[in-house]
Design a protein around this ligand. Structure first.
Ligand SMILES: C[S@@+](CC[C@H](N)C(=O)[O-])C[C@H]1O[C@@H](n2cnc3c(N)ncnc32)[C@H](O)[C@@H]1O
Length: 299
């Protein structure tokens, strides 16, 4: 193949994306896996992620794939890693032309003859077992190398569940592992929008009762479930987006049977009471500490 790879979803008008560019962001269900490509490309257009290991993994893979003379445009918001992009690319042996526009930095490079440090960056950003968690994870995945404090609080009081259920925004599957400890759970659908998380979750949840789905949880066609567990996201592209959590609450209610329960954890400043009251027959706070509230809602 020769062509263009696009990583991420730049705001309209921010950059020119050549028609036919192949999407490789793990956050866009259906996209291709950048790490799985082994053919040269003409061009890479990369909205660089902010995290250093994740960013260098993506830049290194894109540079690896470029034909000699092929070009890379890497860019990002100035305050979310964009101002560190030039240095990162120079570290790979690139000569970088940098410009600034609309609070973003844009770095244009032509693939140099010799790249430096690419293999190391690919190893550093790859999936691996995180010893302190004992599970597969990958830099870039939510809370990739530590348990999220909100999830830990939910896990501390979550009772054994039973029947068919779902974990919405499952991450690498830590919460799901606990749910599956109950022999009364007959089936669990784990869904996340991040392909890397779902690939790790598949490895971490090797259980015939589990189905892991790479998708937007808000569009999942599940019904008559006995339970849903979730630590719903409330950030989209780095900015707080309360509507995301609210739409998870509505989606969970839509998946449950009458009388089914939804256990969720939320930062206590998030005003989920009204959407919970609208979607469920009853919602009660089961714990409120450390800045988190744990809610059990019954449909
Ligand atoms: C707060 S994290 C919780 C992750 C995991 N349950 C845990 O406890 O570590 C929210 C998760 O939701 C995922 N997510 C964000 N938007 C999503 C969407 N629209 N559909 C499905 N998953 C989504 C994120 O990738 C992230 O893994």
């Amino acid at each position: 193949m020769s062509g263009v790879l696009l990583y991420g979803a730049p705001a309209p008008g921010l950059v020119d994306v050549p028609p036919g560019a192949v999407q490789v962001s793990p956050l866009i269900p259906g996209s291709q896996d950048l790490a799985g490509f082994d053919v040269n490309i003409d061009e890479g257009v990369v909205l660089a992620p902010a995290g250093t290991l994740e960013r260098d993994f993506v830049l290194a893979h894109t540079l690896r794939l470029l034909k000699p003379g092929g070009s890379l445009l890497a860019f990002g918001p100035k305050d979310k890693g964009g101002s560190r992009l030039k240095k990162a690319l120079e570290g790979f042996g690139c000569v970088v032309g940098e410009t600034a526009r609309r609070h973003h930095r844009f770095c244009q490079v032509v693939r140099p003859e010799a790249l430096r440090g690419v293999d190391e960056a690919i190893v550093a950003g790859a999936p691996r077992i995180v010893p302190q968690l004992g599970v597969w994870s990958q830099p870039g995945v939510f809370s990739w190398d530590r348990i999220d404090p909100g999830s830990a609080r939910l896990m501390a009081i979550l009772p054994p569940l039973a029947g068919r259920g779902a974990d919405l925004g499952c991450g690498v599957g830590l919460l799901a592992q606990q749910v599956l400890a109950s022999a009364e759970v007959s089936q669990l659908t784990c869904v996340d929008i991040d392909r890397r998380a779902t690939e790790c979750a598949r490895r971490n949840l090797d259980d015939p009762r589990v189905e892991v789905v790479w998708a937007d949880a808000r569009g999942l066609a599940l019904s008559a479930l006995d339970f849903v567990v979730m630590n719903p996201p409330f950030h989209d592209g780095g900015a707080e987006d309360r509507d995301l959590g609210v739409s998870f609450i509505r989606a969970a209610a839509g998946m449950l049977r009458k009388g089914g329960t939804c256990w969720l954890v939320a930062n206590r400043h998030l005003p989920y009471e009204a959407p919970l009251a609208a979607a469920f027959a009853k919602a009660e706070v089961r714990a409120d500490a450390g800045g988190y509230k744990i809610i059990e809602a019954r449909k």
